[in-house]
Design a protein around this ligand. Structure first.
Ligand code: C2O
Ligand code: CU
Length: 590
């Protein structure tokens, strides 16, 4: 009976559909005119069985993947990751390494600094803008969850219509890491024990989460007892092969998420042109091999101009520590050949682990492309902070200290406690700006008992800050180690590197003309590194050694600026510690 009657509901329903289609048309035309996109990811973090190097183990995966999914966006886009913690017995956070989080300091993903950890079962929304094209990655930033395998790539392409200052035909993304067979809990308890039990060097180096333990892809060249790996290509630990066409140019993006290892990458018979570091363009320079420290990223251009009837080895070796970890290998496969055809020349041997002259020469070649995309450093500074890096003992525990303070994070995230003036949340005394003038950096530390602390370097909003990172001898005689320092929320200009103790006279050698603009810079053994940055990003920011066990043992400091300008911090970021208690009692925070 009612089949022929047009009821008003269905008519208005049709109208609604037409309206919706029309609206979405307008929206999509708006979107193209603004050229910014929105990328939504719903992720679950969970431990799972995986064989990163052929030995089954437990890794921290995202949505059943290791490494986690690659995020790909364009400059200006919004990334929204809705992260659910499925770990069931521990909290989690994720840090977006190299993304400056302008206007969203609570999305930086640093436990106890920018937010409370996400509890098992809970979900947290990371929403932020990727404001600049470049090669980045993300990783866990709570305890030692990076070592547990919580990381993935984050690639930001140029905004639509913009052009790179170089040409390429294809791209590969390599995320480098190191892997232990002992669990992260085993590692952590060892570091926090008295006396400390060192986990020793990693078993395997991984390229995109893939390595080979106990066998070698190039066994036929080595005199080692390792046998040729038996791989079909479908294993979780099968190498990530780079398939290329001859006579093309490829951009290879390389980021290092290692927990410990400093690395060097080389490609047999091919040179690389280095063009990007940490999201900033460089004056291109050619190299046979590339040093890369934890926390750094690069883009290199590779011309496939060699004999296309052959394949070539890509090798990855350890720098700066006596390597007990074998080189990682994969293959550059000219598609004119089968990928399983083994290269006829042996894998390139990366430089000797302690050839620091080689590392320094490489670092000194890195210069900013121009001042179109990269700001010029201010010619002077408002404040200079000298940070002495030492290894120390504290009541029988082994620590790393900065100006004799070993960082131990508070229970309440700094972002909240500073914003709301909670004085009991962390040390209110200013951390030291300097170290004793007569400190001998060539000798073992005399301060036999260091202190722990969690004070904050409060920086003047918009002020220019110089940091002199000063390296020194460790607890062992005649030993000093490499430390790659990473700054959250900013890029800094690397003004220079030098030997032994920094003196005022060293300022003469600063590069103010074309210093690289980066978020990670290394200090060489017994040396210093001078950095400059503008404190123009309201928030609380970690500045620390990117070697995860070093950070865990206190090798970091906290900077904060302009926190009073932060409008509204989402409650979910602060529902722990003293800020959490305030929410519970209903007392107002603001
Ligand atoms: Cu990639 Cu605070 O670290
Ligand atoms: Cu370190």
């Amino acid at each position: 009976m009612g089949t022929l009657s047009v009821d008003p509901f269905s008519r208005s329903f049709k109208g609604l559909i037409v309206w919706c289609i029309w609206l979405s048309l307008i929206q999509s035309s708006l979107a193209t005119s603004h050229k910014t996109g929105h990328h939504f990811y719903k992720w679950e973090v969970e431990y799972m069985y995986w064989s990163p190097d052929g030995v089954e183990n437990i890794v921290m995966g995202i949505d059943g993947k290791f490494p986690g999914p690659t995020i790909r966006a364009r400059a200006g886009d919004t990334v929204h990751v809705q992260l659910t913690n499925k770990l069931s017995t521990e909290g989690v956070v994720i840090h977006w390494h190299g993304i400056r989080q302008k206007g969203t300091p609570w999305a930086d993903g640093t436990a106890a600094i920018s937010q409370c950890v996400i509890n098992p079962g809970d979900t947290f929304d990371y929403r932020f803008t990727v404001d600049r094209a470049g090669t980045y990655f993300y990783h866990g930033h709570y305890g030692m969850q990076r070592s547990a395998g919580l990381y993935g790539a984050l690639i930001v392409d140029l905004a639509e219509g913009e052009k790179e200052p170089f040409h390429y035909d294809g791209e590969f993304d390599l995320l480098l890491s190191d892997w232990w067979h002992k669990s992260v809990h085993h590692q952590e308890v060892g570091l926090s024990s008295q006396p400390m039990r060192w986990i020793d060097e990693p078993q395997t180096l991984l390229i995109n989460g893939r390595g080979q333990y106990g066998c070698s892809l190039a066994a036929h060249y080595s005199k080692s007892p390792l046998s040729q790996c038996n791989i079909t290509g479908h294993e979780q630990w099968a190498p990530y092969i780079l398939h290329v066409d001859p006579n093309k140019t490829y951009r290879i993006r390389i980021a290092s998420s290692t927990s410990l290892a400093s690395l060097n990458l080389a490609i047999g018979n091919h040179k690389m042109m280095v063009v990007e570091a940490d999201g900033n363009y460089l004056q291109p320079f050619e190299t046979n091999d590339l040093d890369i420290y934890s926390g750094e990223s690069y883009s290199v251009l590779l011309k496939t101009s060699q004999d296309s009837s052959q394949n070539y080895w890509i090798s990855l070796g350890v720098r700066g520590r006596k390597p007990k970890t074998p080189q990682a290998l994969t293959i550059l496969n000219y598609k004119t050949n089968s990928a399983s055809k083994l290269p006829i020349s042996p894998p390139p041997v990366t430089p000797r682990w302690d050839d620091y002259a080689h590392s320094k020469a490489f670092s000194n070649k890195i210069k900013a492309l121009d001042h179109k995309s990269i700001p010029k450093p201010p010619p002077t500074y408002h404040r200079r902070i000298a940070l002495l890096n030492t290894q120390n003992m504290m009541n029988g525990y082994t620590k790393w200290s900065i100006n004799n303070v070993s960082l131990s994070l508070p229970a309440t995230p700094y972002l909240g406690s500073i914003r709301f003036g909670l004085k009991n949340a962390f040390d209110q005394t200013k951390p030291p700006e300097d170290f004793p003038g007569d400190y001998d950096v060539m000798k073992r530390p005399v301060n036999s008992n260091t202190n722990t602390g969690n004070g904050v370097y409060m920086l003047g909003y918009h002020s220019t800050v110089d940091v002199i990172l000063q390296n020194a001898n460790t607890l062992a005689e005649n030993n000093s180690e490499i430390h790659p320092w990473h700054l959250h929320g900013h890029d800094f200009w690397v003004l220079g590197y030098g030997e032994k103790k920094f003196t005022k006279a060293d300022e003469e050698k600063f590069n103010l003309k074309d210093p690289p603009y980066r978020n990670t810079a290394v200090i060489f053994p017994y040396g210093w590194t001078a950095l400059r940055f503008v404190a123009d990003n309201p928030g609380a920011w970690a500045f620390h050694c990117h070697i995860e066990p070093h950070l865990h043992m206190g090798m970091g400091v906290i900077f904060a600026e302009g926190v009073e300008h932060i409008a509204k911090i989402p409650k979910e970021a602060l529902s722990c510690g003293l800020t959490g208690k305030r929410f519970m009692t209903g007392s107002h925070l603001g």
